[in-house]
Design a protein around this ligand. Structure first.
Ligand code: SAM
Length: 329
């Protein structure tokens, strides 16, 4: 029972479990009943409904789609930080950026980097990426950075798009990047920070449900981050979501996942190059069809091409040892 008197029976909870799984792939174990009561109870009262079953009927009824978006806004957990999992940002700076620079200097790739932050929450993740990439690959040197940031939560996306956070967040941002890219609020904005214009210009937003059977995001991407979201999925929806995601990753691209996530179920398609960092397994993708945006002759060429080894292919053992030096935060 929440204040205001709306209770959630086991049967009602079971209906919400199924609905939330069907809509977003999120698996809520029975232990999450208090969370559903807390997060949705307020909405039931706001709508002047008498019970959860009345809310469920509304969600399922005609025109329920808009309310389902609102319900998912409330049910999702949006905790995030700037430069979360700093080892991955160190890897980006020390391995990927030099690899992209070398390849561009050798005219093997354009001076363009495309990244997808696939559950961007309130924006800290894509703006952290933007800081690193703009610092090392600046537009003045001919680089074009394009970061797509998506999330299922419209509420989180609105914060991300506004690019304004409480001042306490500055603790998460390295001093140099803070000075180079962030603005401190004055007068009515005192106590807040905002991403500067350059940062904002390279990040674009889109609502996207990773559980949807198909979606359009463009790509292929050089780097995809899908971190701390698939922990809420059950194994079946997690594998399906990752397989869809991988269709948008460049054959030479990288996938970063959260520290608690393993892709052992996908060992046919990806290989681990460092803790929580994966690449498509080209040997096994020889017969793969065209990637999104790729024509058949290019797909054929890709499948015939032998990929040159890069630093990202260093033996996992030595990568582990090197990355252990970087503390997590
Ligand atoms: C804990 S946050 C992680 C944010 C960020 N990736 C990080 O690691 O800091 C999880 C995010 O996943 C989003 N999410 C949950 N289910 C989703 C789905 N089916 N499709 C897309 N995003 C989803 C939530 O809205 C939330 O913003």
């Amino acid at each position: 029972m929440v204040p205001g008197g709306v209770g959630l029976s086991d049967q009602e909870f079971a209906l919400f479990q199924k609905l939330i799984y069907r809509e977003a792939g999120i698996h809520l174990p029975d232990s999450k009943k208090p969370l559903v009561l807390r997060r949705l109870g307020g909405r039931v009262r706001e709508l002047n409904l008498k019970s959860f079953i009345a809310y469920y009927r509304m969600l399922k009824g005609e025109g329920g789609e808009k309310e389902r978006v609102c319900m998912l806004d409330r049910i999702t957990t949006n905790e995030t930080h700037f430069f979360r999992e700093p080892r991955q940002f160190a890897y980006l700076e020390e391995e990927l950026v030099p690899e992209w620079k070398r390849a561009a200097d050798a005219k093997e790739r354009p001076r363009q980097v495309r990244v997808w932050s696939a559950a961007c929450s309130t924006g800290e993740e894509p703006y952290s990426l933007a800081m690193v990439l703009l610092h090392h690959l600046p537009p003045g040197a001919g680089w074009q950075i394009d970061i797509l940031a998506t999330d299922i939560s419209t509420r989180a996306l609105a914060t991300a798009q506004a690019a304004v956070w409480p001042i306490e967040k500055i603790r998460e941002i390295p001093e140099g990047y803070l000075k180079e890219f962030m603005l401190r609020g004055k007068r009515s904005q005192l106590g807040r920070i905002k991403a500067g214009r350059l940062l904002r210009s390279v990040v674009r937003f889109q609502r996207l449900n990773l559980h949807d059977e198909s979606y359009s995001v463009g790509g292929p991407f050089d780097l995809i981050l899908c971190r701390n979201v698939l922990i809420y999925f059950d194994p079946k929806s997690k594998v399906a979501a990752l397989q869809r995601l991988l269709q948008h990753l460049s054959p030479d691209g990288y996938l970063f996942v959260g520290h608690a996530e393993s892709l052992s179920n996908l060992s046919q398609q990806v290989r681990l190059v460092a803790p929580t960092i994966y690449r498509p397994d080209m040997a096994r993708r020889r017969d793969a069809g065209p990637l999104p945006g790729e024509d058949a002759p290019t797909a054929r060429l890709r499948s015939q091409r032998r990929r040159l080894p890069t630093r990202g292919d260093a033996p996992i053992q030595s990568e582990h040892a090197r990355l252990r030096k970087a503390p997590d935060r």
